[in-house]
Structures are given as structure tokens and as C-alpha cells.
Design a binder for this molecule. Structure first.
Ligand code: 9MR
Length: 343
């Protein structure tokens, strides 16, 4: 294993709110260099995939708690908060659930209830918060995504998922999580309307997760506006899956548009600035008591999902391919350290 010298200060040590990262737990615990950086910087942990339905319940009645238990164990050992990602997501619904649910929506409603009760109940008091429903709106605009869950249960499945999670752990902080809501004001408005309805109906929602998979050309003013509107709900605000890319894409798998195939020093500095501004906006716009934290989605360019998913080169995170801190790391750090006016 490399004897990397850790001269960068840990992000978590200079932050007033939790700093998290998503990880693949097996990759993490089998890579000492990665693990020492994870322990140095983060006090919150999310699973990239290990806690999704596909992984927890791959076949009927066969709960697989191995990885989630390992995450809980790791987090306890290193004094980190566990954030649960996610309970209901169309992209991680096992085939067997779809096959059964498409034939019998009454079964599906009961299944969802049991699954959430069992899963959230198992980790009651141990998982601090959950992405209860993930990506229930179309990529663009304000329409509900016509997913397996929506088609079989109607939009009520969202409210019900929150109710069940709350029943299983009344202290867990429950989030609705989505992407593009920092830049697509129609989509953001749709989420805010849902939150308003939930509050009116007494549905227990406590937070909004901005995935924040952004690009260098996502305007900071638009991000600032969106954070402000969301913070006005009074809910917790989580930047839940942060990364910042140079190239672009159409939101679809393999849909990358590679304008840049290498990174220059100038681009690295621009990314430093972008990371810094993002952290500063979060600190300035979101009131302290609503700052649930900032979580990055993997923390090295080596491990990031972007290249594989969109099939393009990119440099989305704060550590490079060789696990060296990038200027982006410094930007994140500066954003945390810079004095902001008291609210
Ligand atoms: O990064 C995750 C990748 O490793 C998985 O293969 C994929 C499918 O489960 O999910 C990725 O994470 C997604 C997250 O769960 C929801 N928002 C978008 C993330 C990137 O696709």
C-alpha cells in the first residue's frame, strides 16, 4: 500500500456541518489509501449503491444486510453519520418486484410498506436520515416520472413511502432527493409544490436533497436562487451527491458529449473556484439550522460514476486519479473556511 503523506487538512475539521461522501463499501475497506483519505475528510457516509433495493432485496424474501451492516459498523468505528440512500428508486427496483408488482398493485402497496418498515426499523436510531424517494420527477420540467411505482400506485406512493419511513423511525430525517433541481426552475417548482401539499396533508417530509451533479457552466446565480427557494420551505437542505464536470450530456446512460478530452491547469483553477463558490453559497444562503450537510458522490476521479455512465472523460471530484488532492479540494476547503456574515 502507498505511504501517502497526508498533508491536506481534513474537510470535516473545518466545517460547521457534516461533510459526507458516497462510497462503495467493499472498495473502501480494501484500499488503505482510499480509506485513510475517507477517514481524514468525512464525518458522514452514504452508499453509492449498497443500500439500494436491488442490493438489499435482490430476490424475494432474501434480505441481504451484509453490506449495509458493514457500512454501519465502519461508520460507528470512525465516528461518522450514516445517511440512507435510498428507499424507493425506479432505477434500483429488482426485476422480481417489477414482475410481481405489474400483475398486482395491491401486493405492491403492501410490499412497499413492509420493505420500508423492515429496513428503516432495522436501523432505527442508527441511520440519521434517508432519501425516501429518489428522482420521482422527469429529468426536465415538472411532470411526475412515469415509473413502475407511479404507474402501479399513482403519485400517492411518494407520500406513503414517507409515512411508512416515519412510522418505522420517527427520529430519522426524511428527504426527497433529485437532480437538475438546482438549474431547472420548473422542476424545482414541482418539488416545492409537492412539499407544500405534503405539509398541508401532514405527510412527514423533513428535507430536500439537491443531488447537485453540476457542470462548470451551470450558472451560480441559478443555483443560488434555487437554494434560496428551497430553504424558504424551512426544511433541511442536503447537497447530497455533489460533483462538477466540464463536459456535458443528455442525462441518459452513455449520453456524454465530450468537448474536453484533457484537463489544463486553467480548467483545474476554474473548478477550484466553482467548488469554493458552491460551498460558500450553501453556507450563506441556507440557514445554519437547515444545513444537513454537503456530500460528494465518490471523492476521487478514479472512482467517480461519471466516466462509465456517460462514456466520456471527465474530472468531477476533489481528488485525482492518483488520489492526490486537486485544486478543487482546496476550493472546497476555502469555501468552508472563509468567513461569512452571521445571519
Ligand atoms: O454512483 C452510482 C453507481 O455506482 C450505480 O451503478 C448507479 C445505479 O445504482 O447509481 C449511481 O448513483 C446514482 C444515485 O444513486 C442517484 N443519483 C444519480 C447517481 C449517479 O447515477
Amino acid at each position: 500500500m502507498s505511504q501517502k503523506k497526508l498533508d491536506e487538512p481534513g474537510l470535516k475539521n473545518v466545517s460547521e456541518f457534516p461533510i459526507g461522501t458516497a462510497v462503495n463499501i467493499n472498495r473502501l475497506i480494501n484500499d488503505d489509501a482510499l480509506m485513510s483519505l475517507q477517514i481524514l475528510n468525512f464525518n458522514s457516509i452514504t452508499a453509492t449503491s449498497d443500500m439500494k433495493m436491488q442490493s438489499i432485496l435482490p430476490a424475494e424474501n432474501q434480505f441481504n444486510w451484509k453490506k449495509s451492516d458493514t457500512i454501519l459498523y465502519y461508520a460507528k468505528k470512525h465516528n461518522q453519520r450514516v445517511f440512507g440512500h435510498n428507499l424507493i428508486w425506479h432505477s434500483s427496483t429488482p426485476k422480481w418486484v417489477e414482475e410481481k408488482g405489474n400483475k398486482d398493485s395491491l401486493w405492491l402497496g403492501e410490499f412497499m410498506k413492509d420493505y420500508i418498515h423492515k429496513y428503516v426499523g432495522r436501523y432505527k436510531g442508527k441511520v440519521a436520515g434517508w432519501d425516501v424517494v429518489n428522482e420521482a420527477f422527469e429529468s426536465k420540467g415538472g411532470a411526475y416520472r412515469k415509473t413502475f411505482w407511479y404507474n402501479n400506485l399513482g403519485k400517492e406512493y411518494i407520500a406513503n413511502a414517507f409515512r411508512y419511513a416515519h412510522e418505522a423511525d420517527p427520529d430519522a430525517v426524511l428527504f426527497y432527493n433529485d437532480f437538475n433541481i438546482e438549474r431547472d426552475t420548473l422542476k424545482l417548482q414541482a418539488v416545492l409544490n409537492m412539499v407544500k401539499d405534503f405539509k398541508k396533508e401532514g405527510v412527514p417530509i423533513h428535507g430536500i436533497g439537491f443531488q447537485m451533479h453540476i457542470r462548470m457552466d451551470t450558472p451560480d446565480e441559478v443555483i443560488a436562487y434555487s437554494l434560496k427557494k428551497a430553504a424558504e420551505t424551512g426544511l433541511q437542505i442536503h447537497l447530497s451527491e455533489v460533483d462538477i464536470i466540464f463536459n456535458s450530456h443528455n442525462d441518459e446512460r452513455l449520453g456524454g458529449i465530450e468537448n474536453y478530452s484533457s484537463i489544463t491547469d486553467e480548467m483545474k483553477l476554474a473548478q477550484e473556484e466553482k467548488y469554493k463558490n458552491l460551498v460558500l453559497m450553501y453556507r450563506r444562503i441556507v440557514p445554519k439550522e437547515q444545513q444537513f450537510g454537503i456530500t460528494v458522490w465518490d471523492f476521487t476521479d478514479r472512482d467517480s460514476w461519471i466516466k462509465g455512465f456517460f462514456n466520456m472523460k471527465d474530472w468531477p471530484t476533489i481528488y485525482d486519479e492518483d488520489l492526490k488532492p486537486k485544486p478543487a479540494y482546496n476550493g472546497f476547503l476555502e469555501g468552508l473556511k472563509e468567513k461569512t456574515k452571521k445571519k
